[in-house]
Design a protein around this ligand. Structure first.
Ligand code: GDP
Length: 141
């Protein structure tokens, strides 16, 4: 079944620093996603901790939140039928060693942490994550 969905995508600091932004946006558009919001941000460590609160207590939490606050990120709101699942498919597996050919992480990730992109994993997390970075009026109709 097709459901029109919105999801949050982030191009992480490693990929922005490698000037992969244009290539990743091109991959997103070629797959038919509509970019309905976009902003370049350099978030603080507390902002990264708030965004990744679900991972608080994990061994990699401190390192992950340092990394996400280490440089600019591009946050985007994407819209498409089944956007949540389809964006995660285009991203590829968390660990680039397991990422399939043709995915963004296969092409651009350098480690399990510096893995180029983020995507919401379910409807409830997509709602939380979109509202973390975008006010309703900032999203295109
Ligand atoms: P995702 O949904 O594929 O992004 O993966 P998760 O939700 O499991 O993890 C969130 C992010 O934390 C990942 O994208 C990585 O940047 C980082 N991460 C996940 N697992 C590890 C790990 O084992 N070690 C480190 N250093 N970072 C990790």
């Amino acid at each position: 079944m097709k459901t029109l969905e919105r999801t949050l995508a982030i191009i992480k600091p490693d990929a922005v620093a490698r000037q992969a932004t244009g290539d990743i946006i091109s991959m997103i558009e070629k797959k038919g996603f509509r970019i309905i919001g976009a902003k370049m941000l350099h978030i603080t460590k507390p902002q990264a901790e708030g965004f990744y609160a679900v991972h608080a207590g994990k061994a990699f939490f401190d390192s992950l939140t340092d990394f996400m606050a280490s440089g600019p990120i591009l946050v985007m709101a994407l819209e498409k039928d089944n956007a949540i699942k389809e964006w995660r498919e285009l991203m590829g597996a968390t660990n680039p060693a397991n990422a399939a050919e043709g995915t963004i992480r296969k092409k651009w990730a350098s480690s399990i942490e510096k893995n180029a992109v983020h995507g919401s994993d379910a409807e409830d997390t997509a709602r939380f994550e979109l509202s973390y970075y975008f006010a309703g009026y900032e999203l295109a109709k």
